[in-house]
Design a binder for this molecule. Structure first.
Ligand code: CP
Ligand code: NVA
Length: 308
């Protein structure tokens, strides 16, 4: 049984196999209606619990559709409707759910909830985002980069903005897939030292740059994310906007990157804040392929977890 808790916790060979599988599954169902079953249905007879303690569009729909395409069934649960939100321990919840379902995906706040779920569940647990990381997203992002431009190994990724959960998983991916990453953002919102250290230890060049113009020079991929994440207090919004405004990805900034650089954003985006519509809808943007690839990457992650 394999959990999928973070990119750095899964071996590079397994990550590569997941991406190969995702690409093969994507190709195999090209042109099929979204609701059609895959030719092979490895999740037939399997029940998957999708638990959300935070809002979601992409994660919720892509996991749900992905399970169904592979012949399985889902149960979408909101944390507040479960006894989990009313005092039942995570450990007890994990042991109970493991008697009913074959796989648990959870989106939550505190990473400790995910880890405790994984410790006590006797079925695989997948991280659907915590305050600290978002590994499924970055598997889709690496897949999307490689689909458009070939191997990501040795490429330069520039993260513009808040050193948040999505940025953290990019650092983990840098370590496992061997690419370089430059963080462009204010010192107050730097990524965690632990994750920067982990990528550097793996031999990647990880630079922290305060000047966005300098950072994007030579970039193969430029990435932005919301300035205020779901776990951030709304009372910090104005301060964050002031700190992050110099890191907006606009055409002028993107023009400093390599001519074939791609732009990504995990979405949801706040147009004209962290990124302009001109960039989001422009020729370098692959944001909707990125969103689609959540489906294919997560199907492969689920197969890896279930050994099917
Ligand atoms: N990118 C992402 O995880 O989107 P949702 O919050 O809509 O799931
Ligand atoms: N950093 C964002 C990502 C949303 C998919 C958040 O946590 O809200």
């Amino acid at each position: 049984m394999n959990h999928f808790l973070d990119i750095y916790k899964t071996e590079p060979a397994a990550l590569r196999a997941i991406l190969d599988d995702a690409m093969a599954m994507k190709k195999a169902r090209a042109g099929q209606p979204r609701g059609a079953l895959d030719a092979q249905t490895p999740l037939e007879g399997h029940m998957v619990a999708l638990i959300f303690e935070k809002p979601s569009t992409r994660t919720r729909v892509s996991f749900d559709v992905g399970v169904r395409q592979m012949g399985g069934e889902t149960m979408v649960l909101s944390g507040s409707d479960m006894q989990l939100g009313h005092g039942e321990t995570i450990a007890d919840t994990a042991r109970v759910l493991s008697r009913y379902v074959d796989l648990i995906m959870i989106r939550t706040f505190d990473e400790a909830v995910l880890l405790e779920m994984a410790e006590y569940a006797t079925v695989p647990v997948i991280n659907g985002l915590t305050d600290r990381t978002h590994p499924c997203q970055i598997m889709a992002d690496v897949m999307t980069y490689e689909e458009h431009r070939g191997p990501i190994k040795g490429k330069k990724v520039v993260w513009c903005g808040d050193g948040n959960n999505v940025c953290a998983s990019f650092l983990h991916a840098a370590a496992q897939f061997q690419f370089d990453l430059t963080f462009a953002g204010p010192a107050q919102l730097d990524p965690e030292d632990e994750f920067v250290g982990l990528a550097r230890k793996a031999g990647c060049s990880i630079l922290i740059e305060r000047d966005a113009d300098k950072a994007v020079q030579g970039a193969d991929l430029v990435v932005a994310d919301t300035w205020v994440s779901m776990h951030d207090s709304q009372s910090t919004k104005e301060r964050r906007h002031n700190q992050l405004r110099p890191y907006q990805v606009n055409k002028q900034l993107l023009d400093r990157a390599n001519s074939d650089a791609l732009f990504m954003h995990c979405l949801p985006a706040h147009r004209e804040e962290e990124v302009t519509s001109e960039v989001m809808d422009g020729p370098s943007s692959v944001i909707f392929d990125e969103a689609e690839n959540r489906l294919h990457a997560q199907k492969a992650i689920m197969r890896y977890c279930l050994g099917r």
